[in-house]
Design a protein around this ligand. Sequence first.
Ligand code: NAI
Ligand code: MG
Length: 358
Amino acid sequence: NVAKTYQIATIPGDGIGVEITNAAAKVLQTLASNAKHFDFDFSNFDWSSKTYLERGYYIPPGGLDELKAFDAIFFGAVGWPDVPDHISLWGLMLPLRNALCQYVNVRPTRILPGTSSPLSACKSGDLDWVIIRENSEGEYAGHGGETHTHFGNAVATDTSIYTQAGIERVMHFAFETARSRPRKKLTMVTKSNAQRHGMVLWDRIFHQVRKSYMDVDADTMLVDAMTVRMVLKPKSLDTIVATNLHGDILSDLAAALSGSIGTAPSSNLDPTRNNPSMFEPIHGSAPDIAGKGIANPIGAFWSAAELVSWIGEKDASAKLMKAIENITSQGVKTADLGGTDSTVKVTDALCAEIKRLY
Ligand code: NAI
Ligand code: MG
């Protein structure tokens, strides 16, 4: 007798997005059937570059409203060589984040046991970060345009948008995250020497919000120097907050430093809980390996663990995370981590480990 059924929307998208979403759904189902006190009801949304080429849109009319009824969304990846990337990103991914008010993007990074960092001195435990990326404004606000194209001298702008309310809400979330972690340490990243308006506002609001979190050890970095610190002094960092663009780039670097982009998870959160949040690995659709059955599903599984935690099933989430760490430490790994296992093999090993832990 099941206490609660969570309604989960799955949007697999393109390429390996489909492969890892199928794997994640299987794992979530296995988790629920072992935990017993909850269940998942999945609804699949086939919104992809293939359907875009057939119909002319990614999200059908009313699609965004339909998603609001769900408890959470699991997203694979969008993007395919037949469609320009700015069309696919603005056709599917960004409208979802915007319409569902998912204003923070949380990207934890750790070196999983049994995997290794390209930094030779960096062992499992030396790199344990959470990057909080602002997810609604900044460089990805969509402000800008192109004119004068027909004069043979095209002019194009992308205006970065920063609002006091937008910065304050992500800053509070970042300080709360830092406070909830053992080291209580936050680093804020900007480029306020060269970008003298929006980034200076970020700095100013950081110093204001900080007054409410004096128990958090907080510092600031310029983004260029931050890349150096991430590589040379990874242990000196814990929680990191940055703009949409900086957070995007730094989290890919973080993923690579932790071993592979294939293991890195992300959560697009509406912290007010007025809208469902969305969970996805940070990688894209990887056309180079799509259809080969070798995509690393760990980033998708870790994202699924974040989903399970966000809806309130903390114990089940911890079990799933433990199972993931157990199989990586046993050496069950895809090629990107130096192993030889297929997506299906890793998925089956994880399902078996979940059963064993219950
Ligand atoms: P990508 O993340 O798809 O691939 C980069 C490299 O990492 C490739 O060599 C790929 O094989 C490898 N890789 C990625 N995920 C992997 C996994 N799970 N297991 C093993 N290897 C993995 O990034 P790329 O190539 O820049 O973009 C491909 C497409 O994906 C583009 O259309 C892009 O716009 C889109 N994209 C979509 C994202 C999203 O939906 N959130 C995020 C990033 C890119
Ligand atoms: Mg990215």
